[in-house]
Design a binder for this molecule. Structure first.
Ligand SMILES: Nc1ncnc2c1ncn2[C@@H]1O[C@H](COP(=O)(O)OP(=O)(O)O)[C@@H](O)[C@H]1O
Ligand SMILES: N[C@@H](CCC(=O)OP(=O)(O)O)C(=O)O
Length: 286
C-alpha cells in the first residue's frame, strides 16, 4: 500500500497522547486458545492483572472477550469446529461458563470483581433494552466492577428478518465502546498491528503505526484470519476502527501475546497501530 494522506508513518518513535478514563479492551480467541486447542492460562492471568491494575488506578474498564466456542471445543476435546450451528451454540454454552469461571478466578486473585453481559444486536436496536444495558454498564463501572462482554452465541440467530447477531466481537466491541462513551478501544489480536500487506503472505510487510482515515485502499490490504480460531481477519478489525473513527474515538490494534501491553498503550508507548481522528492524533515529544 502506498503511503497516503491519513496514514502517518512518522509517529512511530513519539509518545502518544493518551488521556483515558473509560476503556474497552477486546481479546480474540487466538489470544486465549493455543493453536492446538489448549487454553492460554498465562494470557488470561495477565489480562486479569493488567485490567485489575487499571481499575486500581481509577480507570473504568470493560472487557469484550471471545473464546466461548474455542473453550467449548477444548472442554469436549474436539479438534474441529462443528459445521452445524446448533452444535456451535451448544459449545458456546459450555465454553462461556468455563471462560467466565476462569476469568472470575484470575480477577479474584487480584481482588477485582467482574460481571458478565451476554449481548445480542437487538438489545441495541430497541431503546428500552438499550437503556437497560447502558444502566447496567454504568452501575457496574460506578462500583469499580469489570463487565466482561461476549455475544450471546447460544441464542443469537442470523436470519434476515431477525437481526440478533453482531457477526463478530470486533464490531461488538466498537459498538459497546461508542455506546458507553469510551475514550479508547484496545483490540488485542494474534498480530502486532495493521500492516501495509498481509504479513501471513508477505514477509516484507511493514507495520503502520498511525492511521487517521480508513478508505478502500486500507481495506484492499486487509486479508483473512490468521489462525483457525480467528473469525473475521483484519477486515472486521478495520470495520471496528471505522466505527470508532467516525465517532471521533481512538482504537489501538496490538498483539495479545502479552496483555501487559495494555499498560504500555495507556502510558502512551507507540506500540501496535493507533487509529486516531486527526484532531486527537497529537503526539508528545521526548
Ligand atoms: N494488513 C494486515 N495486517 C495485519 N494482519 C493482517 C492483514 N491482513 C490480514 N491479516 C491477518 O489477520 C489476522 C488477525 O485476524 P484474526 O485471525 O481474525 O484474529 P483474532 O482471533 O485476534 O480476531 C492476522 O493474524 C493476519 O494474518
Ligand atoms: N462469540 C464467539 C467469538 C466470535 C469472534 O468474533 O471471535 P474472534 O475472532 O476470536 O474475536 C465466541 O466467544 O466464541
Amino acid at each position: 500500500m502506498k503511503q497516503k494522506d491519513g496514514i502517518g508513518m512518522g509517529a512511530q518513535l513519539s509518545k502518544r497522547k493518551m488521556d483515558v478514563k473509560r476503556l474497552v479492551v477486546k481479546v480474540g480467541t487466538s489470544s486465549l486458545v493455543y493453536p492446538d486447542g489448549g487454553l492460554n492460562l498465562r494470557v488470561i492471568d495477565q489480562l486479569a492483572f493488567a485490567l485489575s491494575t487499571l481499575c486500581g488506578q481509577g480507570k473504568e474498564v470493560i472487557l469484550v472477550s471471545s473464546g466461548a466456542i474455542g473453550v467449548g471445543l477444548n472442554a469436549l476435546r474436539l479438534k474441529e469446529r462443528p459445521k452445524e450451528i446448533s452444535e456451535q451454540q451448544a459449545l458456546a454454552s459450555i465454553g462461556q461458563s468455563k471462560l467466565i469461571t476462569m476469568f472470575n478466578q484470575r480477577f479474584a486473585h487480584y481482588n477485582q470483581t467482574i460481571g458478565q453481559l451476554l449481548l445480542t444486536h437487538d438489545v441495541f436496536d430497541f431503546p428500552a433494552s438499550n437503556q437497560h444495558v447502558m444502566d447496567t454498564f454504568d452501575k457496574l463501572l460506578a462500583r469499580h466492577v469489570v463487565p466482561i462482554v461476549n455475544e450471546n452465541d447460544s441464542i443469537a440467530v442470523d436470519e434476515m428478518d431477525h437481526r440478533t447477531k453482531f457477526g463478530d466481537n470486533d464490531q461488538l466491541s466498537a459498538i459497546v465502546a461508542t455506546h458507553v462513551d469510551a475514550d479508547l478501544l484496545i483490540m488485542l489480536s494474534d498480530i502486532e498491528g495493521f500492516y501495509d500487506q498481509n504479513p501471513l503472505t508477505h514477509d516484507d510487510a511493514q507495520l503502520i503505526p498511525t492511521i487517521h482515515e480508513i478508505n478502500d485502499d486500507t481495506y484492499a490490504v486487509a486479508g483473512g484470519r490468521g489462525s483457525r480460531y480467528g473469525t473475521g481477519g483484519m477486515v472486521t478489525k478495520l470495520t471496528a476502527a471505522e466505527i470508532m473513527l467516525k465517532d471521533h474515538r481512538q482504537m489501538v490494534l496490538a498483539s495479545g501475546k502479552d496483555p501487559a501491553i495494555i499498560l504500555d498503550i495507556l502510558a502512551g508507548k507507540p506500540v501496535g497501530t493507533w487509529f486516531t481522528p486527526e484532531e486527537k492524533g497529537a503526539v508528545q515529544h521526548g
